[in-house]
Design a protein around this ligand. Sequence first.
Ligand code: PLP
Length: 486
Amino acid sequence: MKTDKDSPLLLYRSLADSLNSLIEKETYRVGERIPSVRQMSKQQGVSISTVLQAYLLLENQGWIESRPQSGYYVRAMVRDHAPEPEISSPTKDPSQVSLHELAMMLMRDSTDPELVQLGAALPNPDYLPTEKINHALTKAARRHAVDGHKYIIPPGLEELRIQIAKRAVLSGSQISPSDVLITSGGLEAIDLCLHAVCHPGDIVAIESPMYFGTLQTLEVHGLRALEIPTHPRNGLNVEALSFAIQHNPVRAVIVISNFNNPLGSQMPDEKKRELVELLARHEIPLIENDVYGELYFGEKRPLVCKSFDKKGLVMLVSAFSKDISPGLRIGWVAAGRYKTELEWLKFTISASPPTLPQYAIADFIESGGYDHHLRRIRREYARNVELMSSAVIRYFPPGVRLTRPSGGFVLWVQLPENVDSLELYKKALASKITLAPGHVFSATNQYANFIRLNAAEFTYTTERSLERLGNIIKDMLGVAGLDAVV
Ligand SMILES: Cc1ncc(COP(=O)(O)O)c(C=O)c1O
């Protein structure tokens, strides 16, 4: 009789698991070649395709790498040996946000071609499907010569909404095309959500640290941020949020449940469920930002909180800015019970997102190009995050802590207490390097000795810049400072 163990699905996983444990026990050491696919297939009595699947899984998880014409090798997982930052412990009171000057300064840096860009969370331009999307745009312009210049009033292009609804199944949510509203990027979607459910002075609970674009949206709306402790790997602490809700009139909650910017954290499914249930009991809307959700390093698309939503309280936001094009400005929101209000708001504020990009993206997804493209860039980003983590450990002074992102492409680095990241930012600029100082990730300046690095790109220049950055930090610490951290 066939058992579960014989199922090909479990076979490749159990092969991957046993190889993984051999790597952990250093039976296979870093840099060493593991048996070829053919050898492994013979050794284990399993098919070539099972071995290939197991190796692909290990490769995606960063344990091994394939070298052309040579085979598979064990990779250095340096980041797993570096300490992580501790769970954050922000102040317990809500606070007004005032970050626009700092944020504008970072924005200006992000377009300066003279600087090595480690600051803004921009995707690697080489990992964008620019040629294919340009081709899809040309095709759309030809096909929709006249319609391509008309408004597409909310909720947006149906063909695109169908593709989005189909993909949403992979993240566990059952949404229909009519639930989806196309927006001009993810930021606009978040803005519309806040507009729909909050009034100036209201309290919005957020993960701490939090992406500064969201903090600025709170600032624009005159909302107060209530920062909630967040674990560097498992994301928002739901118990702490529950406590905060008991003591504050929280009007809405914002999370980046998959690959928080700047932490790279991913909330476990059970925590996502707990969060949705908690907010359902209190009738509090959740704005879930999933712009990085497709850029996972593991085997499977992680679920979204929206998949546990029974009351229509979760507004799921995403965009194609991180994986197709930041400049096309196409995002979307599935706003549950707030859908009609958001459609009206979108229409009132900007009528329609650009038309031709909607056609082009719908076509790119439908043709299978998007999936193919994502499979490639997930591996590239996982590798670059790993390489940048190793470089940080190599060049920064002892005592730094860094996150272990399971998706996305940013790294959050905790420097010794006495290094002010704004001072470091200024010194780095003098060396033509830009980074994101921790100051901008909190309304209450919790992260003065943290920096966020963009690991989307890792080249020789990136590595030399990290070495330079490490030296600047060591200079800032001086000998006495170094003693204090070791
Ligand atoms: C978490 C998060 N949300 C939203 C955005 C911006 O999305 P968009 O460019 O689609 O407005 C970013 C960009 O850095 C981000 O990191």
